[in-house]
Design a protein around this ligand. Structure first.
Ligand code: NAD
Length: 419
């Protein structure tokens, strides 16, 4: 069936079932969590700059809303489909539960290559998508955010469309907005900063410190990978390789992160970057480094290349970058894996802060945002470490157990409607 065929969905389900077996969870709760609450498919016709009309396929999936309104990004990417969106919505349910947010799990996307559309076409696409899913989202129902291929500008168009239709400035309908229309300080860098915080917690737990001998490779130098690189470089680590969809750049003595960031921010591809060694994305994943951060897309370390990975710590910046087989193989070899629902939760945590600030119309300074983010992630990290010991499972399953425990308790208390 269209909803359930993707490898990411099958992996998410397998992780859920293994966590459930480890902690002896209620099978009735697991039965409910296997399926999304609601999966919406919409058609998005837009007029292209050449005057012709083209129709794109869009989705919004709400997986579970027991803990609160749905929360999850909007992805513009050619590989978006209903099954992948469902899997990502499911991961959001577990992520929000794990870090203790009063939010459920959702995800959306449009099957499109945004690099092929003009700014005007992208605006039309975003506004029509917002209109089509409009009845199902809102500050108390489901609150989208940026993901691959979308950004603060996309969120501003989405917020404006929803506000025009509903007749008031609805700050709470999306997060990841520009600061001038109700965004939160610290949101843009929050996911990458959270990745760096989690790496520090992991190092602390091993009695290690980040220093000038710590080597880092980052697969995907985008909204997640870039701030993670900046934070770790500021701590003295050597960022030896970063990549985008076009390829990777490598310097064994450490790249100039600020220069590489400028290069990418000016819209250029890394394959054209000068003065460094060019390598492939596959070579980057196999580098002999202390820390590997896969921060691009899902399914990049699989049974086909897991034996080539040499990193001692892997921080899952992206959602589902390691398949189930790869996680089991690498965990058995004592690679420290920080699972996605913990590692990249910084984005949804500061999105939650943005939503709260928008509802209260009272905005915090960046230090307050960052210190609250640090506190929430540290509590969640400690919880996962405790579940790892308690249930004698790897980090990925431990994170699922921690999330599942909270969801199970809430779902049992709310009960099954209509009974
Ligand atoms: P982005 O679009 O800003 O960056 C993605 C990066 O990955 C770019 O450098 C792109 O060129 C590269 N890339 C794309 N396809 C690739 C491929 N096939 N091979 C190698 N590189 C490729 O996206 P982002 O927001 O940084 O998101 C990256 C990942 O992190 C996604 O899995 C997303 O779901 C997840 N995530 C993002 C956030 C957030 O706040 N942005 C929060 C949580 C999780």
């Amino acid at each position: 069936m269209a909803l359930y065929h993707s490898p990411l969905y099958k992996d998410a389900l397998a992780q859920l079932e293994m966590a459930s077996a480890a902690m002896n969870a209620d099978p009735n709760i697991i039965e409910r969590l296997k399926y999304p609450k609601r999966a919406i498919q919409v058609s998005i016709p837009i007029r292209l700059d050449d005057g012709t009309v083209k129709t794109f396929e869009g989705y919004r999936v709400q997986h579970n809303m027991t803990l609160g309104p749905g929360k999850g990004g909007i992805r513009f990417h050619p590989d978006v489909d209903l099954s992948e969106t469902t899997a990502l919505a499911m991961l959001m349910t577990f992520k929000c539960a794990l870090v203790g947010l009063p939010l459920g799990g959702a995800k959306g996307g449009v099957k499109v290559d945004p690099s092929k559309l003009s700014r005007q076409e992208l605006q039309a696409l975003t506004r029509r998508y917002a209109t089509e899913i409009g009845p199902f989202v809102g500050p108390t129902k489901d609150i989208p955010a940026p993901d691959i291929g979308t950004d603060a500008q996309t969120m501003a168009w989405f917020m404006d469309t929803y506000s025009q239709i509903n007749g008031y400035a609805a700050h709470g309908v999306v997060t990841g907005k520009p600061i001038s229309v109700g965004g939160s300080l610290g949101r843009a860098a929050a996911t990458g900063r959270g990745v760096a915080y989690c790496i520090n917690f992991a190092y602390d737990s091993m009695g290690k410190k980040i220093d000038q001998n710590t080597t880092v490779a980052i697969h995907g130098f985008g909204k997640v990978g870039t701030p993670a690189a900046e934070d770790l470089a500021a701590q003295g680590a050597k960022i030896v390789a970063v990549s985008d969809v076009s390829g990777a750049v490598y310097n064994e003595h450490g790249l100039d992160v600020a220069k590489a960031t400028q290069w990418v921010k000016s819209g250029r591809l890394l394959k054209d970057y000068e003065g460094v060694t060019l390598i492939s994305n596959a070579e980057l994943l196999a580098l002999d480094v202390d820390i590997l951060i896969p921060a691009a897309i899902d399914g990049v370390v699989t049974k086909d290349n897991m034996e080539t990975v040499k990193a001692r710590l892997i921080a899952e910046g992206a959602n589902g970058p390691l398949t189930k087989e790869a996680i089991e193989y690498l965990s058995d070899r004592d690679v420290f894996i920080i699972p996605d629902i913990l590692c990249n939760a910084g984005g949804v945590i500061v999105s939650y802060f943005e939503w709260v600030q928008g509802l209260a119309n009272f905005f915090w300074d960046e230090d307050e945002v960052n210190s609250r983010l640090h506190r929430i992630l540290k509590t969640a990290f400690d919880d996962v470490m405790e579940k790892k010991k308690l249930y004698k499972v790897d980090m990925k399953k431990a994170a699922m157990c921690a999330a599942l425990g909270k969801l199970e308790a809430a779902m049992k208390l709310r009960g099954l409607f209509p009974g």
